[in-house]
Design a protein around this ligand. Structure first.
Ligand SMILES: CC(C)(COP(=O)(O)OP(=O)(O)OC[C@H]1O[C@@H](n2cnc3c(N)ncnc32)[C@H](O)[C@@H]1OP(=O)(O)O)[C@@H](O)C(=O)NCCC(=O)NCCS
Length: 271
């Protein structure tokens, strides 16, 4: 193992110890079945599990990444990622039970994934997430130090699970450069720029056209879109449309998201 990969392994062990968890690769049918149950609890869906146990078993057998987080003997989270040619990894799913969120358990899992990838000569990991979910934006961009570089409208088409049902499945495509100085340390986002989406007095979004050639754009997010979807579907859809209308053209023109200014505003920068 290179010195850099060994350092990443030590960082991952420290992150797991700080969070009070153990992280193991999963392989046996019993382990991948347990992971399928945990991921089903994160994305409840009467139509079926988001990640079948058999698929994770096959992925593990083919040396893709399948891992679980344990508190004592209890599995509380899981992640699965597959190889992308020539040397990257697509992280398809990462979830931890709501009972342990916000205690750096997810961070420890991603640091384990980073160390696993670096040990195999993989320099970056790609994944997608819903741009409206502030918690994930903060986690992925500010805390892990990933960059969002592409906007994918309605990426999966309609989904039926409790988190996504009734909304369009827009996603941000993000890239985590594993050897970058900020990987696992995060960014300190800039706070100023041209405001493109802000919150109006009625709690809805106000969209302002982006000034041409602005070096930095700001796109505000709703405080908690998951609760909003349950309370007021129409308002949640207005946010979906406004954020899409702001991010899609900007990111197509080369802006990337390098931070989430406090408490929940995307900072887009032009290279
Ligand atoms: C995404 C997920 C794996 C993160 O796991 P976790 O154990 O909660 O992550 P961590 O505790 O390491 O970090 C969460 C961060 O988000 C912050 N956070 C939580 N709610 C937030 C909110 N509403 N707005 C902004 N930040 C928020 C936490 O404070 C923490 O940041 P901090 O350590 O800088 O304070 C977990 O939330 C999850 O399983 N969510 C449901 C499944 C999901 O959406 N998965 C997709 C991942 S892309």
């Amino acid at each position: 193992m290179s010195g850099f990969a060994a350092d990443a392994a030590a960082d991952a062990e420290r992150a797991a110890a700080d969070a009070g968890v153990r992280i193991d690769l999963l392989d046996s049918p019993a382990e991948t079945s347990a992971a399928a149950e945990v991921l089903h609890a994160v994305w409840p869906n009467e139509a079926g599990k988001p990640m079948p146990a058999e698929l994770m078993r096959a992925m593990a057998h083919a040396d893709s990444y399948v891992a679980g987080v344990y508190v004592g003997d209890e599995l509380v989270g899981a992640a699965a990622a597959f190889h992308v040619r020539p040397a990257s990894l697509h992280s398809h799913i990462t979830g931890v039970l709501s009972t342990v969120r916000g205690r750096s358990v997810g961070y420890a899992l991603k640091m384990h994934q980073r160390a696993w990838a670096l040990e195999r000569g993989i320099g970056h990991i790609l994944w997608t997430f819903d741009p409206l979910i502030r918690r994930n934006a903060h986690f992925n961009i500010n805390k892990l130090g990933a960059t969002a570089y592409e906007y994918l409208p309605d990426f999966y088409g309609p989904m039926t699970d409790a988190v996504n049902a009734g909304d369009q499945t827009d996603r941000l495509h993000i890239r985590w450069d594993l050897a970058a100085e900020h990987a696992g340390r995060g960014w300190l986002p800039e706070q100023d720029g041209a405001v493109v989406v802000a919150t109006a007095a009625d709690g809805g979004p106000v969209l302002t056209p982006a000034p041409p050639d602005a070096p930095r754009l700001l796109v505000e997010l709703p405080a908690d879109v998951e609760a909003l979807r349950e309370r007021d579907k129409a308002l949640a859809l207005r946010w979906r449309t406004a954020v899409r209308e702001a991010l899609l053209p900007a990111m197509s023109a080369g802006y990337t998201i390098t931070g989430l200014a406090s408490p929940g505003t995307y900072v887009l920068e032009h290279p």
